[in-house]
Design a protein around this ligand. Structure first.
Ligand code: UD1
Length: 421
């Protein structure tokens, strides 16, 4: 298992390009199961989770052809089985995204039940309840979700009890080939849901209302292939901007979508960053100043994203003042706090809130990554530390950040990967 070694104390300076969005690419790849024709997906990020999704499709018999630019042509006409095995699902919960497409196109699916994970129990009951409402028989036994439908799924009026991103995506994909109209109320409004709907419409689906909390899908007989470029990763964008702010630097991120980051940019401005924004780029300049602590509360889009609170905790750890960060989406997403306190931070957990009192500087230490975004926050903490930090278990970071050490090196950071055998 590799480690990252960081020598802190450098203000990040320079320009980087943002990769395609993991959370858009995963459902778009799953959507390839909805058609006999090849789907060409472009702007895919180089990430473990993408490899896992391609492996999952591969073990069903789906053909994937990857070109040198990491564009992937996925052809599901060769599919042989309809199972998502536990070995793959346990490494990536988003494997559940194949359930809706398999069920609606083939009337059958067997998907291992994703277990708990470091950030909470994360059930998939909403996915299952909605698909049952559409006429599927679903049993959960021996750790597997076994689903089947007699004939086509039926379009229905579905009310999601809570806002779920992959739940909305699963039901939206299932509805594309269902009989009649499906209305999804309390739908997730995340930009990645819009991106998936845009791809599905390009494949011939009839979806409206995506981006609002009511999505309407009129079922069609079949979908066809298309070329689709996934949107830029807003979480990667935000992570580099926060790293720049925490290190008092100046960074331009290119090939991004600034409008998907409104809540994050507003917090960065409150922290004292000077921002310039173009059509597809954002430049952040701290003018060498120490950031000010900010307070925030996570919630579904367009509110502040849960995937970015840990990084702001790292910024607050060295900011002037006291900031509070409240997590409302997941139950256990503060694993990074104890590691940051080992680096000299002053952070207290009170229920689902952390109170962060900024200190002048952190001290590097060996720390352990526990989940994807927590890992990113520990890297930021390492970058603002006085001396050396090693971050262990970085397979988490490789799931969601493309070439992170190379991108940070290009911004001047002293960071390297140490292979551990
Ligand atoms: C997606 C993102 C993840 C992000 C999260 C919240 C992908 C691949 N992952 O995860 O990066 O952190 O959205 O923005 O897009 N819940 C239930 N029952 C369900 C489904 C969800 O109780 O059937 C709960 C979850 O436990 C959680 C909340 O709903 O507390 C939101 O989860 P959800 O939006 O489903 O997260 P994911 O789609 O798994």
């Amino acid at each position: 298992m590799d480690r990252l070694h960081i020598t802190g104390g450098v203000s990040l300076e320079g320009e980087i390009r943002i990769a395609g969005a993991k959370n858009s690419a995963l459902p778009v790849l799953a959507a390839s199961l909805l058609t006999q024709e090849p789907l060409k997906v472009c702007n895919l990020p180089h990430l473990f989770d993408i490899t896992t999704m391609l492996e999952l499709l591969g073990c069903m018999g789906v053909q994937r052809i990857v070109d040198e630019k990491m564009n992937v042509q996925v052809d599901s006409s060769t599919i042989e089985n309809l199972n998502a095995p536990y070995e793959l699902v346990r490494t990536m919960r988003a494997s559940i995204l194949v359930l809706g497409p398999l069920l609606t196109r083939y009337g059958r699916a067997e998907v291992a039940l994703p277990g708990g994970c470091a950030i909470g129990s994360r059930p998939v009951n909403q996915h299952i309840a909605a698909l049952r409402t559409m006429g599927a028989s679903i049993e959960v036994e021996n750790g597997y979700i076994r689903a089947h439908a007699d004939g086509k799924l039926k379009g229905k009026h579905i009310f999601m009890d809570l806002v779920t991103v992959t739940g909305t995506e699963n039901v939206m994909m299932a509805a594309t080939l269902a009989e009649g109209q499906t209305i999804i109320e309390n739908a997730a409004r995340e930009p990645e849901v819009i991106d998936l709907a845009t791809c599905l419409n390009k494949m011939g689906a009839d979806i409206t209302g995506h981006g609002s909390d009511t999505i309407v899908v009129n079922g069609v007989d079949e979908l066809h292939g298309c070329d689709f470029a996934v949107m830029p990763d807003r979480i990667e964008t935000g992570t580099y901007l926060i790293a720049a702010a925490a290190t008092r630097g100046r960074v331009k991120v290119k090939d991004t979508q600034p409008h998907t980051l409104d809540s994050v940019l507003s917090k960065l401005e409150q922290a004292g960053a000077v921002l310039r924004v173009g059509a597809d780029w954002i430049e952040l300049d701290m003018r060498g100043r120490r950031p000010r602590a900010v307070s925030l509360r996570t919630a579904p889009y367009p509110a502040f994203p849960t995937d970015m609170q840990a990084q702001f905790t790292a910024l607050n750890a060295v900011a002037a003042g006291i900031g509070s960060i409240t997590e409302t989406v997941f139950e256990n997403r503060f694993m990074h706090v104890h590691e940051m306190n080992r680096m000299g931070a002053n952070i207290r957990v009170e229920g689902n809130t952390v109170m962060v009192e900024g200190v002048e500087r952190l001290n590097g230490a060996p720390v352990m990554a526990t989940d994807l975004r927590a890992s990113a926050s520990l890297i930021i903490a390492g970058l603002v530390s006085e001396n050396e930090t090693t971050v262990d278990r970085i397979y988490h970071i490789d799931r969601g950040y493309e070439c992170i050490e190379e991108k940070l090196q290009s911004l001047g950071a002293r960071i390297s990967r140490i292979p551990v055998r």
